[in-house]
Design a protein around this ligand. Structure first.
Ligand code: BTN
Length: 253
């Protein structure tokens, strides 16, 4: 059970809690089918997600009752479709703000929007937009943030508890996180896009370092330089900068 957060203006004031849910993103997208009746800032949250969805068609697994698993409905009609990557930017920065507030060190954003502590992923974000003409009528921002879970099937995952060892009240963590998300959302609403992009690039995982990548079935080395105007990853390969979309490139460990 979650209470309505006290420290936000509109985010989470309409809170839909389900003890169990297939996917909060899928549920939230269904709510968006009734656009006039759904309030901006609605949060759909569950303790046990049975069919959590990740990026690239992956599943999202989280131990029931130990983590934050929720989706936010926003109506960013002020944002042009061509600027939709700012949704990834503000959400990533807000989660990083929250983790830093909780004392985590070495927090980075792995493009496009995985949140890492050191080399391990603590949070995944799945953003699904509904477009109307050239504008984004609704967006569903799904967040899976590992809080109290201590063991993971994959050694590439971590949690807040594994980094700052104490027991967390999920209710309190949700309230604090939503306040950071709301503050960053208001920044895109106030059109502080350039500042947000700079902050995002400054915090990109492995920026300026040589890394191995896979694209078009070929392995190669390159240096992450930033993102282009539509949020594609800029990589310098043999002295030449190129842009890659999300499905066009993957990192190789
Ligand atoms: C990823 O890293 O692949 C994205 C994971 C996103 C998981 C969250 S959990 C809440 C919301 N509901 C879903 O089905 N997925 C997102």
């Amino acid at each position: 059970m979650y209470k309505i957060p006290a420290n936000t203006l509109f985010l989470g004031k309409n809170l839909v809690f389900m003890p169990e849910c297939h996917s909060t993103n899928t549920f939230a997208l269904q709510l968006c089918q009734h656009p006039t009746s759904i309030a901006e800032g609605t949060v759909v949250i569950t303790d046990h997600q049975t069919a959590g969805r990740g990026q690239r068609g992956n599943v999202w697994l989280a131990e029931p009752g130990l983590n934050l698993t929720f989706s936010i409905i926003l109506k960013p009609a002020f944002l042009a479709v061509s600027d939709q990557f700012y949704l990834n930017i503000f959400t990533s920065l807000a989660i990083q703000d929250y983790l830093k507030e909780r004392g985590c060190k070495d927090v980075a954003i792995k493009w496009p929007n995985d949140i890492l502590i050191g080399e391990k992923k603590i949070c995944g974000i799945l953003i699904e937009n509904q477009i109307s003409g050239s504008r984004i009528s609704h967006t569903v921002i799904g967040i899976g943030l590992n809080i109290n879970q201590r063991t993971f099937a994959m050694d590439t995952a971590t949690s807040l508890r594994l980094n700052i060892d104490r027991e967390y009240e999920l209710q309190d963590e949700l309230g604090l996180l939503l306040s950071f998300i709301e503050a960053r959302y208001l920044q895109i609403k106030q059109n502080h896009l350039a500042m947000l992009k700079v902050a995002y690039i400054d915090n990109l995982y492995k920026i300026g370092e040589k890394r191995r990548f896979l694209a078009n079935d070929k392995y190669f080395e390159g240096i992450i330089c930033g993102i282009d105007e539509s949020g594609r990853l800029r990589v310098k390969i043999n002295g030449e900068e190129r842009s890659f979309g999300f499905k066009e490139i993957s990192y190789v460990r």
